[in-house]
Design a protein around this ligand. Structure first.
Ligand code: ZN
Length: 372
């Protein structure tokens, strides 16, 4: 039993540092969880390189945890239960684990008044009490995306921008759902090798840095317009991805802004697009406002934009089901496992690599393991 709480706290400049804090005190309505397998996400790296100012001092929003203490009044969870965390509060989308309040990069975490915070977790089966459990939340966002883009079928043309775990989990999910016409627009790092190693042979690859990007995407679609585009890149690339997507998407087609942009509003040829507002229209499976925004291109066709935040409990449950069935495929996404207490230097190394946009980068998910 640990006597201290270890936490990876945001450093003043960049990255994280390991600190010891007091163990949380479990009151009657609370539970204390031990985050066991926690993923490091692109958003975390973006925060840790100083790209965003979220209030949480301890990050971590993708992970599975064991309940190690439960208050006397708690009926819904018991010591020994395992849960996956669902980071976004569906009734207040600004309440986000590891963003607006402290997250999973710590050896113990208290959830106060758990009966009021049932949105925060789902129980998981025994087979997912392992590193692959940390993929439940990111895959659930892909399940959500699949729903928002209207469940494309095998005849749909889909373009995915990005080569990180989110992009490739969307690729795998679409493939499992029978979509084969997929173009992956990847960066210049070795991550494309991982994508190719997934063995989804029908995937076509286009390099984002190529000088004729639009033409190359059109060529990959055999001259047909695209039905759907998923933008899963870092925030710096979103504006360019949107403006390119407007050139090859059919009228009435759809673009899902899975990534957030550098600035809330981006400018493209025929006008401005409020990416931040669009991303707030679909939250944890609930629709706010129109749910999408129709944008008229310079050529007069209409492209619909959607965005998403969080996941619902049914997305999480579907993700649990998929990972339980195709464990081997998803386990491959875990390319490094690091002991929680030695993780700071690895995380900081990654932060530096994203700052310098290193091309040596080939990893997918880094999972922090905490067995104390
Ligand atoms: Zn994430």
């Amino acid at each position: 039993m640990t006597q201290v709480n270890y936490a990876l706290r945001k450093s003043d400049f960049r990255g994280v540092e390991l600190v010891e804090t007091a163990l949380p005190v479990c009151q009657g309505d609370d539970v204390v969880i031990a985050p066991r397998y926690v993923g490091l996400c692109g958003t975390d790296l973006n925060i840790l390189r100083g790209g965003r100012s979220d209030s949480a001092q301890i990050l971590g929003h993708e992970g599975v945890a064991e309940v190690v203490q439960a208050g006397d009044n708690v009926r819904i969870l018991s010591v020994g239960d395992w849960v996956v965390l669902n980071p976004v509060n569906r009734t207040n989308q600004d309440e986000v684990l590891g963003h607006s309040f402290d997250g999973l990069f710590q050896s113990r975490m208290k959830i106060e008044n758990i009966e009021q915070r049932q949105w925060m977790y789902e129980l998981i089966p025994e087979v997912l009490r392992s590193r692959v459990g940390a993929l439940i939340e990111p895959l659930a966002t892909a399940v959500y995306s699949y729903e928002l883009i209207g469940k494309p079928d095998r005849d749909s043309n889909v373009v995915i921008f990005g080569d990180g775990p989110v992009a490739l989990l969307n690729l795998v999910l679409l493939w499992l759902r029978g979509v084969t016409n997929i173009t992956l627009v990847h960066g210049s790092s070795r991550r494309v090798d991982f994508a190719k190693s997934l063995g989804i042979e029908s995937t076509r690859y286009v390099n984002y840095s190529s000088s004729n990007l639009t033409e190359n995407i059109v060529e990959s679609l055999y001259g047909c317009p695209a039905d759907v585009t998923l933008i899963c890149t870092g925030p710096n690339s979103v504006e360019k991805c949107v403006s390119v997507s407007l050139k090859y998407t059919r009228s009435g087609g759809l673009v899902n802004l899975i990534a957030s942009a550098m600035h809330p509003v981006i400018s493209v040829k025929s006008g401005d697009l409020n990416v931040a507002a669009i991303r707030r229209m679909n939250v944890c499976g609930q629709v706010y406002g129109n749910g999408s925004e129709a944008f008229t291109t310079a050529e007069g066709s209409v492209v619909n934009f959607v965005g998403q935040r969080g996941t619902s409990s049914s997305h999480i449950r579907e993700s649990i089901d998929l990972i339980s069935r195709y464990t081997g495929v998803f386990r491959r996404f875990v390319t490094s496992r690091i002991d929680f207490r030695t993780a700071a230097s690895f995380i900081n190394d990654r932060v530096e690599k994203t700052v310098s946009s290193s091309r040596e980068f080939s990893d997918m998910k880094m999972i922090l393991v905490n067995d104390s």
